[in-house]
Design a protein around this ligand. Sequence first.
Ligand code: 0O2
Length: 210
Amino acid sequence: MNWDVFLAPYEQAVEEIKIKLRGVRKQYNMSSTKHTPIEFVTGRVKPISSILDKAKRKNIPIEELESRMQDLAGVRIMCQFVEDIDAVIKLLRMRKDFEIIEERDYISDKKRSGYRAYHLVIKYPVQTIDGGKKILVEIQIKTLAMNFWATIEHSLLYKYSGEIPGNIIDRLQRAAEAAFRLDEEMSKIREEVLEAQAIFRRKEEEQRNH
Ligand code: 0O2
């Protein structure tokens, strides 16, 4: 298996999607009335060691990775408020440059670990020197609080090779509840925050036009 060649279209897809979504954010930021539902975007191609671990765990033969491992290419969209997640989903559903083939709502139905996020799997067309190719990309949409929790839990999973001790699992559950409450509280003051951000944007615009 030549991993560089195999993963090249995934690298390309991640870079292209990041640029497109950052463009969406820029368009919102140029408007003095609209709040951007996208706080920031990150992306990665799964490291080879993680691909091999997951393939083993899920019994996926190497030759079936392309069709069965949906997150070889992964893009994360971070939002300030839970309400923004719905706006981003709507925005993605409207796009014509890829096809959504699956949606997993771990917000209405959180995972047992406490993980919350909205996942979409898309079929994204990339152009290669051998012609066009459609590849799977997983888009995760999260609030900043959801992302904070998932990042910490992910490091602990790595540290303990998936077997996190019971007392830490309990703490993570409590932290997940706290992150949920933080999102709820922030939603309640959302209008105030949006107004403050709009004032700030208008001031910046005035300065730019001076
Ligand atoms: P990495 O290192 O982020 O690439 P499964 O692994 O069976 O749970 P599946 O069927 O591949 O998941 O799809 P799913 O549930 O959409 O999960 C894919 C990715 O979502 C994971 O990739 C994680 O990035 C994230 N994720 C899902 N569940 C959890 C969780 O409980 N905690 C954290 N921190 N992240 C989660 P990988 O390959 O597991 O890991």
